[in-house]
Write a protein that binds this ligand. Structure first.
Ligand SMILES: Nc1ncnc2c1ncn2[C@@H]1O[C@H](COP(=O)(O)OP(=O)(O)OP(=O)(O)O)[C@@H](O)[C@H]1O
Ligand code: SF4
Ligand SMILES: [Mg+2]
Length: 509
């Protein structure tokens, strides 16, 4: 169970729309907000097509995120200093203008809304809510990055400092790459000498090169520290200004993955990995186990291809994942499903990630093998200090492995609570129905969840109001018109349903 509550990923209003023919879009994820805590396993459940895989992949930015923020706290914004920070500063006058316009529009709408009758309020509620969200987003998109600086009139000195931060951080990123290579070269030279194949001159030369890069990095880091102190001093000067303080509290040191460039995201890729469902199709049949596992490590500069040390490192990870050393030269078709999944896990863990999406990682396996792989994932999580997003349609699996569980329906999150709480006190009618249909035999457990009467509506044209209303036995008039709010019904237990009050556990008896 998780012991701390440090957030690793904060997902806010995430939307992933896929364009399809006829100018329409599939709303695969439609405004999802969740926190994922460091060290927890977050279970994600829901019927086929509800958007689970899309959410996992969008968080990892394997899709270009349509809307919303995906904040990552595994590294700091200052350390990466991505391009979007400097862009925000440069465009601040224009962005402030837009934000002001939205605020004015919101004020006008709120004024008009207050004068409406009950029935009209019903109808206008959604439009007002949307403008409110847009205005809030506009404000947060700026203040999360620049904090109280948003209220400063003369931006020139601030812009100048941020520009320097940006260019120094790019240099550090380049030097970090050079250092990874220099490090591998050095260790290879040492290895050669040990095995009586190389000269000590090569070791000295490699060491000198490595030291030179280290030296450059150190001087750039000192420069970066100086820049940070300058920014801190600028903030200190403004600390008595109430306008500054009003916005400074929103400043956020996380990295918004959705706003990174391809290259910036590349530097974070090794932190964020995925294990796929199908161990048959996700492994390249023409590569040996050793090649499959070492590929990612080479791409991230952890090893050099054809480096002699590679084998030792690959064998270590294989051993951790329960794969015998002599498997290293074999090909995927020579393995069983469970063994292939171990290879997929070893590949994902080879870069020492911080966060791993397990997308139906055990669903294709026999029940007895499932238990072995789940145990392996649990052990690795402890050893490597990992955080999981564990996606599955199998509720019995998710109960066993998860600290918390999120239930998705048609692209939105409908309920979220601690694992035990979801099973003991489900509040959302959809969760209740899913739990009522937990399979009791092994054969049943392989089937997709499809437990409710009626078809799942299309995510191209989802139902109005509560998306579940077309299949919900508790549906009333309001459900068909108004989107239910996401509210906390008991500590850490969130539900989106209009009739949750009559459905919380105090009232269920
Ligand atoms: N690349 C894509 N282009 C268009 N539509 C897509 C794409 N990927 C997913 N979808 C659609 O988005 C919706 C959500 O799909 P997703 O694969 O995320 O569901 P899922 O919950 O993972 O389902 P399953 O349990 O079957 O894996 C579906 O309607 C799907 O058809
Ligand atoms: S909001 Fe209404 S339709 Fe939706 S789940 Fe709750 S009771 Fe059912
Ligand atoms: Mg899926």
């Amino acid at each position: 169970m998780q012991t701390n509550k440090e957030v690793l990923l904060r997902i806010s209003n995430l939307k992933q729309y896929f364009p399809i023919k006829g100018g329409k879009v599939v709303k695969a994820n439609d405004g999802i907000s969740i926190d994922i805590y460091k060290g927890e396993t977050f279970g994600l459940v829901g019927e086929s097509g509800c958007g689970k895989s899309t959410l996992g992949r969008t968080i990892l930015q394997l899709y270009h995120q349509t809307y919303g923020r995906t904040m990552y706290y595994g590294r700091s914004l200052d350390d990466l200093a991505p391009g979007y920070v400097i862009k925000t500063i440069e465009q601040l006058p224009k962005l402030r203008e837009k934000w002001k316009e939205l605020e004015q529009k919101l004020q006008k709408l709120e004024h008009e809304y207050a004068a409406l009758g009950e029935k009209e309020k019903y109808e206008k509620h959604a439009a007002l809510d949307q403008t409110r969200k847009l205005a809030e987003d506009a404000m947060l998109n700026i203040t999360k990055i620049v904090g109280g600086f948003v209220s400063v009139e003369n931006l020139d000195p601030i812009t100048a400092v941020y520009k320097r931060a940006y260019s120094v951080s790019r240099e550090i990123a380049k030097l970090d790459n050079q250092l990874a290579k220099a490090q591998v070269n050095y260790e290879c030279a040492v290895y050669d000498v040990k095995n009586k194949k190389g000269s000590s001159k090569k070791v000295t030369a490699a060491e000198i090169r490595k030291k030179a890069v280290e030296c450059k990095i150190a001087s750039r880091r000192t420069e970066m520290d100086g820049i940070r102190s300058e920014l801190a001093a600028m903030r200190e000067k403004l600390k008595d200004d109430p306008e500054f303080l009003k916005y400074e509290k929103y400043r956020d040191d996380g990295i918004d993955l959705a706003r990174l460039t391809y290259n910036e995201m590349r530097t974070l890729r090794r932190d964020l990995q995925i294990i796929f469902q199908d161990p048959y199709s996700s492994l390249n049949p023409r590569m040996s186990v050793g090649q499959i596992i070492s590929e990612g490590m080479a791409a991230h500069g952890i090893i050099r291809k054809r480096d002699k040390r590679t084998q030792d490192m690959v064998l270590k990870i294989m051993n951790q994942c329960g794969l015998a050393p002599y498997f290293i030269h074999r090909f995927p078709h020579q393995f069983s499903g469970g063994q292939r999944q171990r290879i997929g896990i070893a590949r994902a863990l080879a870069t020492h990630p911080k966060f791993v999406v397990c997308d139906e990682a055990v669903s294709a396996l026999d029940v007895s093998i499932q238990a072995q792989i789940i145990n392996l994932l649990q052990d690795l999580k402890e050893q490597e200090d990992l955080t999981y997003l564990f996606i599955t349609h199998d509720l019995s699996v998710v109960k066993y492995i998860s600290d918390r569980i999120g239930v998705m329906y048609l692209g939105t999150m409908v309920e979220l609570a601690d694992s035990q709480e979801i099973f003991d006190n489900p509040v959302h009618p959809y969760t209740e129905a899913l739990l009522g249909a937990i399979p009791t035999t092994d054969e049943d457990s392989k089937k997709e969840l499809s437990v409710l009467e009626g078809d799942i509506p299309s995510p191209v044209n989802p139902p109005s109001g509560c998306k579940f209303h077309t299949r919900c036995k508790y549906c009333t008039d309001i459900c068909t018109k108004v989107v239910p709010d996401w509210e906390e019904v008991s500590p850490n237990h969130f539900v989106a349903c209009h009739h949750k009050l009559s459905r919380t556990h105090e009232n269920k008896e």
